[in-house]
Design a protein around this ligand. Sequence first.
Ligand code: DTR
Ligand code: CA
Ligand code: ZN
Ligand code: ZN
Length: 446
Amino acid sequence: MSLHAFRRAQRRSRLRRPAALAAVAAATLAATLLAPSASAGPAPALAAAPDIPVANVKAHLAQLQSIATANGGNRAHGRAGYKASVDYVKAKLDAAGYTTALKTFTYNGATGYNLIADWPGGDASHTVMAGSHLDSVTGGPGINDNGSGSAGILEVALAVSRAGLQPTKHLRFGWWGAEEYGMVGSKNYVNGLSAGERSSIEAYLNFDMIGSPNPGYFVYDDDTKLDNLFKTYFSGIGVATEPETEGDGRSDHAPFKNAGIPVGGLFSGADYTKTSAQASKWGGTAGQAFDRCYHASCDTSANIDDTALDRMSDAIAHAVWTLGTESAPPPGKVFENTTAVAIPDAGAAVTSSITVSGVAGNAPAALQVGVDIKHTWRGDLVIDLVAPDGSSYRLKNSSSNDSADNVITTYTVNASSEVANGTWKLKVQDVAAQDTGTIAGWKLTF
Ligand code: DTR
Ligand code: CA
Ligand code: ZN
Ligand code: ZN
């Protein structure tokens, strides 16, 4: 192996996620699927979200528990219990009037499944999405992790149907496969989105563990608007919350965030220990994990706190109703350049220009800069926005350990001190040897 290839292999191997995966056993019983309940006839859309009956959520969990029990004790990727779980959720949604799609992928020699359900109607260019991973670990039924999130969003989706909700925005729900192996299903979904499909998803809400037996109330802190939406809801019902700060890469919101999509979500805690300060505000047991059965065989339907599951499910409904019925913002003026520009490896900066006209006054304080750069090892890249008067705004610094490919995202720039009309430039420089790429296109939205 040449030094060049060795260096590249070394750089790449440094960040690989160890994935010692058990062989997939095949012997299973066919799970008996319940006849899906007939959804109530359409009712007038409700202004505010309805209460989500926690008994309904627990009934879904009972079904997932039965499926695991009938299939070797788990609902893991590549096992019959996972596919039976998908079939159960899909049947409920089909009966409730959703447009469902089963998207397959392969991981570790086994077929994985993502289930996507679209509620017909709403402006598809403004899509609000809620998702949960449906797979368990191989070592248990995964009722809290993550039957709870899966059942919570399922019941909210069914409540949308029961209400005959006619949202201004398009509602989409997703159940992910193989999260436990590194967000494999959700990464596959996001990577399969076109630039237009990506930019149409204006919020992705993730729910992974929402019924922990010694619960906390954690709100993802990745996006101010979505963060505040949940914090305000919980303070309205007198429940204190804390930011979820365990790290962005811990669940299926990560691929969406990496693609520049605003993300939010809720979490009731896993293997970390509840402090006495947390116990004083939330109840439960200090010095004990939020979920002592995390990734264990005891993560059964008995491993759920009903109050947490109820509150979290109601919060999900509140978010879906609120975001889904917001009036869509007036479309901004978009200027785009889709001429490819090659980026020389470890070479001089290159630019791509957009001439803006017909926009009065200065650029906005939240100028949207959509970037589509195809480039392996994106850590090599430094990216700047250059205003017509030559002022430069740093969008991305280089990084020695960002091994991911491509920069496909939307930056928000406070360009309010710049006159809008004139020629704007996207300036890109590859500052490290070996990997190369191209500016595929970029756009400005005023
Ligand atoms: N990684 C998730 C559980 C998990 C652990 N920390 C967080 C933070 C935010 C969401 C989820 C999690 C799993 O094991 O599925
Ligand atoms: Ca409820
Ligand atoms: Zn897990
Ligand atoms: Zn999980």
